[in-house]
Design a protein around this ligand. Structure first.
Ligand SMILES: NC(=O)c1ccc[n+]([C@@H]2O[C@H](COP(=O)([O-])OP(=O)(O)OC[C@H]3O[C@@H](n4cnc5c(N)ncnc54)[C@H](O)[C@@H]3O)[C@@H](O)[C@H]2O)c1
Length: 267
């Protein structure tokens, strides 16, 4: 994908959690293409090293930090190191997530807690660690990656609940720290074809084909569908956007494409 982004992003520091693969990896690619200084916080060392090596060989200014976002001390140490290595953090993207595919009756408190630790507590801890610097500089853009699941029942109980809480934190941060010129927004993706779907694809190779009909634009998303929204919210082109839920969902939440012909009797 050939991206074109706001020139003022060049030289700014962006931190992306979970950037070792999939959507986060593509965000890192786009940010590097915008000449940003990119830091990736990722638990999977193999994927992290591969992503950093590939992005660097394409000319990107990208540094990797191995972090388990379930551990508060690791988060704080990594953020302190990023500030030391790369300077002030202007943009922070809470992208990493965990998805328990078991339904409520088959899930467990352990999986519920893990889901909330990665999807909700980690963004809270990351925001807590970066805010003092952003407040001191009176500038910052925080982007939380939510999901359409938090807007209606689509699947997974704990994932849905943890992401709905993340959407709520976006609002509290946006309202509380807006006076310091800090913006906080949620991007709300629909289905994106990434590695997280692999187990589901193994069980049903036609899963994306089957999901297509629900999307008014007739396809599921790809990681690059999300990245432009991230860099737009990161840039000075979105100076009055905060506290929003920015839908990037192929029209899914606008309505169920297979439903209206049934209602109108034209099916
Ligand atoms: N793929 C979709 O259909 C879809 C739809 C809506 C929203 N989203 C959201 O988009 C974001 C990215 O999704 P994806 O499909 O790229 O997911 P993914 O599972 O492919 O990638 C997530 C990354 O986060 C990392 N990660 C997980 N736990 C971590 C931890 N404890 N510490 C550090 N890193 C950790 C993983 O190693 C992985 O690299 C997530 O927030 C997800 O909820 C995805």
């Amino acid at each position: 994908m050939n991206y074109q982004f706001a020139a003022e992003l060049a030289g700014r520091t962006i931190v992306i959690t979970g950037g070792g693969r999939s959507i986060g990896r593509e965000m890192a690619n786009a940010a590097a293409a915008a000449k940003m200084k990119v830091a990736i916080m990722e638990v999977n060392q193999v994927n992290l090293e591969k992503a950093v090596a590939e992005l660097k060989s394409a000319g990107g200014d990208v540094t990797g930090y191995v972090v388990d976002l379930q551990v508060e001390s690791q988060i704080n140490e990594a953020i302190a190191k990023i500030e030391k290595d790369l300077g002030k953090i202007e943009v922070f993207v809470n992208n990493a997530a965990f998805h328990d595919s078991a339904e409520l009756l088959e899930s467990s408190l352990e999986m519920w807690n893990k889901t909330f630790a990665i999807n909700t507590a980690a963004p809270f801890l990351c925001i807590k660690a970066i805010l003092p610097g952003m407040i001191a500089r009176k500038s910052g853009s925080i982007i939380n990656i939510g999901t359409v699941n938090s807007k209606m029942m689509i699947g997974s109980d704990s994932y849905t609940a943890s992401k709905a809480a993340l959407h709520a934190i976006t609002r509290t941060v946006a309202v509380r720290y807006g006076k310091h010129n800090i913006r906080c927004n949620t991007i709300v993706p629909g289905t994106i074809a990434t590695e997280v779907w692999q187990e589901r694809i193994d069980r049903n190779p036609a899963v994306f084909e089957n999901l297509k009909s629900w999307y008014p634009l007739g396809r599921v998303g790809k990681p690059s569908d999300i990245t432009a929204a991230v860099l737009y919210l990161a840039s000075d082109q979105a100076p009055w956007m905060t506290g929003t839920e920015f839908l990037v969902d192929g029209g899914l939440l606008a309505g169920f494409a297979p439903m209206y012909p049934v209602v109108e009797g034209t099916d």
